[in-house]
Each structure stands twice: as structure tokens, then as C-alpha cells.
Design a binder for this molecule. Structure first.
Ligand SMILES: [Zn+2]
Length: 133
């Protein structure tokens, strides 16, 4: 098990190695030593923001219109995107995985004719990009 430290250095519930790597890969945590990672975000705040974003988007994936269970960062965390609701889109697991770390606009170009609400999605992306941190 890997020890997980919060932003402020407090210990959280330990996690498995592959989860620790995933957090580090997503630029959401850094290794302190072989057994310890420190998170670069507040998981409790993120949980609330995630809930707020899903509720705002009526639990519907903005990319495809199917039920959403995850949130997609418009500006990826690895590029400094925040965990605030304005940077999050409700997304189904499939769209979230497919997009990966691609920029929201370039991903959107391939889907222009299939997204359920293009105007809304464009507006969200613009807002997140230009009001960003
Ligand atoms: Zn989807």
C-alpha cells in the first residue's frame, strides 16, 4: 500500500500502487519517496465540485448525451486546469477515456455533428478556457 498525503501533508487513506501511479500520471500527485505520494489537489473539494458539475449537467454526458458518471476536465489537470465546476463537464466513462488528454476543442472538431448540444458545449469550453485560473 502507498501512503497518501493531502495537500497540507495530512495522511489520508492509503491506496494501491496502480492508483498512486494514475494520480501521478494525471499530474494530480507527486512521489515523495517509494512508498508515499502527496496530492496536489484537495480530494474533498474535488468530490463536491464533481457532484455539483454532474448535477448542473443533469447527469448527462455533454459529448454524447448518454448518462454521465464521471467528469471531464476541459483544461486538463496536467495543463493547470482547476477542479472547479466551471472547468468540469459531465461525461460518460467512454467519452472521458476516448478524449484522454486531448484539448477539448480539437476533440470537439471530430464530433461537431454528433454532440447533442453544440452551442452549450462550445460555450462551456470557451468559458473554462478564458476564465481559467
Ligand atoms: Zn459520452
Amino acid at each position: 500500500m502507498i501512503t497518501v498525503l493531502n495537500v497540507d501533508g495530512h495522511k489520508l487513506t492509503p491506496c494501491l500502487l496502480h492508483r498512486a501511479w494514475r494520480e501521478v500520471d494525471r499530474a494530480r500527485a507527486v512521489w515523495i519517496d517509494e512508498q508515499t505520494i502527496r496530492l496536489l489537489y484537495n480530494p474533498f473539494l474535488f468530490r463536491d465540485c464533481r457532484k455539483a458539475a454532474l448535477k448542473r449537467d443533469q447527469y448527462t454526458c455533454l459529448w454524447c448525451g448518454r448518462p454521465a458518471t464521471t467528469v471531464d476536465h476541459i483544461v486538463p489537470s496536467s495543463k493547470g486546469g482547476s477542479d472547479l465546476p466551471r472547468n468540469l463537464l459531465a461525461s460518460c466513462m467512454e467519452c472521458n477515456t476516448k478524449r484522454g488528454n486531448r484539448a477539448a476543442f480539437s476533440y470537439l472538431i471530430g464530433k461537431v455533428f454528433s454532440v447533442p448540444n453544440l452551442i452549450k458545449l462550445c460555450y462551456r469550453i470557451m468559458k473554462a478556457k478564458y476564465s481559467a485560473s
